[in-house]
Design a protein around this ligand. Structure first.
Ligand SMILES: Cc1cc2nc3c(=O)[nH]c(=O)nc-3n(C[C@H](O)[C@H](O)[C@H](O)COP(=O)(O)OP(=O)(O)OC[C@H]3O[C@@H](n4cnc5c(N)ncnc54)[C@H](O)[C@@H]3O)c2cc1C
Length: 586
């Protein structure tokens, strides 16, 4: 992306406007003066706000919706290790070194080795910080491989660390910490057990929060420093704001009724569009423009851009048929565009973490996953994001799980009898019922799929030899996970990215480049933009290469706190000289 990319560019696809350029802070009539302004009150924003308040700063956070973001909607997994109190109570051992060595495989070069080490070294303390602010975990341990623990379990292997290839590098340990919650059978939304206690603590420490307030532009002074921002705030306690909330929430509900890959979604999208337009009109008529001075900096923590379909098509076209995982309306790329509007560099914008989970049922990864040419392409026992990456990036999004009769029957048994959450059971049953082809021979299966038989026969022959111990598995799959495909009939389950009934979810992981020591946003030439920070999915972070469950939430806490700590350590910058000036809504 060229350095003059900005709101005037045809590919901007955002309502973020060019910055307001002023000579100095004294040349602006500010509505509010604060120390630290937070844009987006989800996982990263709440962590930043709370840490800044703890460090003695005056904080004002704004959110275009009600706060919580994708973090509140999520599955409630937090990646932590190195010997957390939860791991110790569960009787499992872990070390910072093992965590670091394992994560090095996933994170690669996307952050520096020092940053990854700092993250691992601070993991125990991050969990304690969360616990100290009322977030509850639980040590009930689920030892088997699964992408998500069954109801009643709160500690599990939320990554690929149990695979032999990974275990050879680092001793595995369960690092997926799920926030404790009472027994419920909901699909997602467990993230509120993180956001609500933190929000409550932030409120107690004086963090002012303006919901239904959209950041539109930054204020830049002649020195190149970001000194504040311009927001449009819906007035609290106004009937127009109630109507605005109603319209926003109706649109979001419609978009969450069905996975975006399913038939019928386009109709919901059209209906939602009407509500978005209604909300925009209310904001245009009744929204109040406010200029916020932030003496210690602005933190951009407004999520990613998976719900901005134009931005997605422009930056990451391979992922437009995946199911969008994020906050509808919230993950619209505005945090990234705010940074770019003042010359920040965005990177890895083509990177999307797509989750092709195939376990449960435990029988599926014992089969083989092949592309449209019948060629195997991945170790099927890996975590779903590693499989999704291979499938989307290198196999045109196509994937078929090849099973024999034993595995197929076992999968049905698991689908019917196992203790699965509905969001796991339903797509599994639908895929087995409607996306599975069957034939008495592998050649017959290829014919039905329009797949060259020679490559599938070759893949199965090698795999069966590996299962029998005659040769190592071509993709390094653990011997215990290899099952000879010999018991006819044979089955092919279509698990392609575009699968309508077995959706392959995705979230963006590219964003603003930041200085890894401070969280300050960087320009393309590597210089820091004074006064501007980024955190969570607005920034490049630990999950920007390969996500494992819980790593995004953990990175939000890590990067949010990092930005706040740096802002509060800047003693040479002037402190907020008045209170928040106008009434604030908790
Ligand atoms: C269903 C689901 C399950 C998931 N499960 C997990 C999991 O178990 N573990 C895990 O680690 N990750 C999980 N993820 C991913 C994870 O939730 C997100 O990557 C992470 O929460 C992003 O946090 P964030 O703080 O960057 O953004 P968010 O939490 O989305 O917060 C961003 C906020 O910014 C606001 N905003 C946007 N634009 C503006 C603007 N212009 N002005 C003001 N406010 C704005 C939004 O309204 C939003 O509230 C899941 C995601 C989904 C959708």
């Amino acid at each position: 992306m060229s350095s003059d990319f900005g709101p005037h560019s045809p590919q901007w696809f955002s309502r973020i406007e060019a910055p307001e350029r002023v000579e100095s802070p004294d040349h602006v009539t500010w509505d509010v003066i604060t120390d630290f302004a937070v844009v987006g009150y989800g996982g990263a924003g709440i962590s930043a706000a709370l840490q800044a308040a703890q460090d003695g700063l005056k904080v004002l956070a704004v959110d275009a919706f009600g706060g919580g973001g994708a973090t509140a909607m999520n599955g409630g997994i937090f990646y932590a290790g190195g010997g957390t109190s939860i791991q110790r109570t569960a009787g499992v051992t872990d070390s910072v070194e093992a965590m670091y060595r394992y994560l090095s495989l996933e994170v690669q070069e996307v952050v520096s080795a020092q940053t990854l080490r700092r993250f691992c070294e601070g993991s125990v303390a991050d969990v304690e910080w969360l616990q100290g602010h009322g977030v509850r975990f639980d040590s009930t341990y689920y030892p088997k491989k699964t992408f998500y623990p069954p109801s009643g379990y709160f500690l599990y292997h939320s990554d690929s660390s149990l695979a032999e290839t990974c275990a050879a590098v680092a001793k595995p340990a369960p690092r997926g910490h799920k926030y404790w919650h009472p027994p419920v059978n909901q699909a997602v939304g467990f993230g509120v057990h993180l956001t609500e206690p933190l929000q409550h603590q932030a409120h107690l420490r004086g963090v002012a929060f303006w919901p239904r307030t959209e950041a539109r532009r930054l204020v830049l002074c002649a020195s190149g420093e970001v000194i504040g921002l311009v927001v449009i705030r819906m007035p609290p306690d106004s009937p127009h704001t109630q109507a605005y909330i109603h319209a926003q929430e109706k649109a979001r509900q419609l978009l969450q009724k069905l996975p975006s890959s399913m038939p019928g979604f386009a109709r919901l999208e059209r209906k939602a569009e009407r509500y978005w337009r209604e909300a925009d009109e209310l904001q245009r008529q009744h929204g109040i423009v406010q200029r916020i001075r932030a003496t210690r900096g602005v933190c951009l923590s407004a999520g990613g851009f998976i719900w901005n379909r134009q931005m997605l098509a422009s930056h990451a076209p391979k992922y437009t048929s995946n199911m969008a995982m994020g906050s509808p309306g919230g993950d619209n790329g505005s945090g990234i565009r705010l940074g770019q509007s003042v010359g920040a560099e965005a990177a890895l914008m083509e990177r999307v973490s797509s989750w092709r989970f195939i376990n449960p049922p435990a029988q599926w990864p014992k089969g083989i996953l092949v592309n449209s040419q019948g060629q195997r392409f991945v170790n099927e026992e890996l975590y779903g994001a590693a499989i999704g990456f291979e499938m989307n990036e290198h196999q045109q999004g196509k994937g078929y799980i090849i099973l024999d009769r034993t595995l197929y029957r076992g999968a049905w048994k698991a689908a019917v009898r196992e203790n699965l959450f509905p969001f796991m059971r339903l797509p599994l049953v639908l895929a087995l019922l409607f996306q599975t082809r069957k034939a008495r021979t592998l050649e017959g299966l290829c014919k039905k799929l329009g797949m060259p038989a020679a490559s599938l026969l070759d893949a199965v022959a090698h795999y069966n030899r590996a299962a029998g111990g005659a040769e190592p598995d071509a993709f390094g799959k653990s011997r215990s996970e290899c099952h000879a495909l010999s018991d006819a009939p044979f089955y092919a389950v279509d698990v392609s990215a575009s699968s309508t009934l077995f959706p392959c979810s995705a979230m963006t992981v590219g964003g603003l480049r930041v200085d890894e020591g401070s969280g300050q946003v960087l320009r393309a030439d590597g210089t820091r933009i004074t006064g501007l920070y980024a955190a969570g999915r607005t920034a490049i972070g630990l999950p920007s290469n390969l996500y494992v469950s819980g790593l995004s939430a953990a990175d939000c806490v890590f990067s949010g706190r990092r930005a706040a700590r740096h802002a509060s350590s800047q003693t040479n910058r002037e402190p907020a000289s008045n209170d928040h000036g106008i009434s604030v809504t908790p």
